[in-house]
Design a protein around this ligand. Structure first.
Ligand SMILES: Cc1cc2nc3c(=O)[nH]c(=O)nc-3n(C[C@H](O)[C@H](O)[C@H](O)COP(=O)(O)O)c2cc1C
Length: 281
């Protein structure tokens, strides 16, 4: 890709994403990398081509090179290469066939097991057993997941994170034989994209990019404007739970998210995490 093509690609992606135009210096270093980042899209359709184990290993090493809170290194990656284990996970999420189809499936876990063990091994007290332990491990896992995606996208692979593995935490934890204080944060489908995919528009930067401090703003109006901009580019193909909520004349992002969160989900998450040895106080 030439510099000009990369520049145009960034402009088009970010204009679709945020509904605003960007002035970009064509001589900016790293413009090709920015083009990949701006052009991100989740991929759920893959060609049957497999991923070389050496490449997967390399991408995991790049991902685990991400920064880590206090250098505590509290994320592990589980590569699910065993067909039976994969099948067991797939069975808990029947409405997402891309988990079965993806040439590779990984699980990013927050690992809170090692730190208290280290304190024990070094004969030190551990008076920090509170919510921050879980938070740190989850943040590390999220950063490693994102870094893996960036690395995978750099070589032309496509990914789709899967939080639905948290719908059946006990089953997934049993299948992966996760020790206590090791919590699945998200799965990740990885494969060579079978199609280009689409840019998903985001809330405008006027809503999510804050300078210094939050001021007064018309959040409801901003959400409505986003709903309408997004519906122009990526209208929803189907409405959620029509039996309960009926067919909306205009069905935007906010209606979809409100319907999604009108149903209780993962209400047992806190008790599960406690049962695995974390303190949430
Ligand atoms: C932590 C996380 C969990 C996700 N879980 C799922 C999932 O369970 N199933 C799925 O199909 N997509 C999942 N996604 C993908 C999102 O639906 C997707 O990122 C979002 O719709 C925006 O689309 P884009 O990534 O193409 O910009 C997840 C994304 C993230 C970051």
């Amino acid at each position: 890709m030439t510099n000009d093509a990369a520049l145009n690609s960034i402009k088009m992606a970010l204009s679709d994403r945020f509904g605003e135009e960007f002035a970009i210096d064509p001589e900016l270093p790293g413009i090709h990398e920015l083009a990949k980042i701006a052009d991100h899209r989740s991929h759920r359709r893959y060609s049957p081509r497999s991923i070389e184990p050496d490449l997967l290993h390399l991408l995991c090493a790049c991902a685990l090179s991400a920064p880590s809170k206090s250098d505590l290194q509290q994320c592990d990656i589980v590569v699910v290469s065993d067909a039976q284990i994969r099948k067991g996970i797939v069975a808990t999420i029947p409405d997402m066939p891309w988990i079965e189809d993806a040439p590779a499936f990984l699980v990013f876990v927050g690992n809170g097991e090692r730190l208290p063990l280290i304190s024990k091994l070094r004969g030190k007290p551990f008076p920090n057993d509170h919510l921050d332990q879980l938070f740190n491990a989850i943040v590390d896992a999220a950063i490693v997941l994102t870094t893996f995606m960036r690395a995978a996208e750099a070589v032309g692979l496509g990914c789709c994170p899967i939080s639905a593995i948290r719908d059946h935490l006990q089953t997934v934890s049993d299948l992966l034989r996760l020790p206590n204080r090791v919590i699945p944060v998200a799965g990740l489908c990885v494969g060579w994209p079978a199609q280009a995919g689409e840019i998903t528009p985001r809330l405008s930067l006027g809503t999510t990019l804050v300078e210094n401090s939050y001021g007064e703003h018309n959040l409801a109006g901003e959400i409505d404007a986003y709903d309408r901009r997004r519906a122009e580019l990526r209208p929803y193909r189907r409405q959620r739970n029509v039996d309960h909520w009926g067919e909306a004349r205009f069905y935007g992002w906010s209606e979809d998210k409100a319907r999604q969160y009108a149903e209780p989900t993962r209400v047992d998450f806190g008790s599960f995490v406690r049962s695995r040895g974390f303190c949430l106080d």
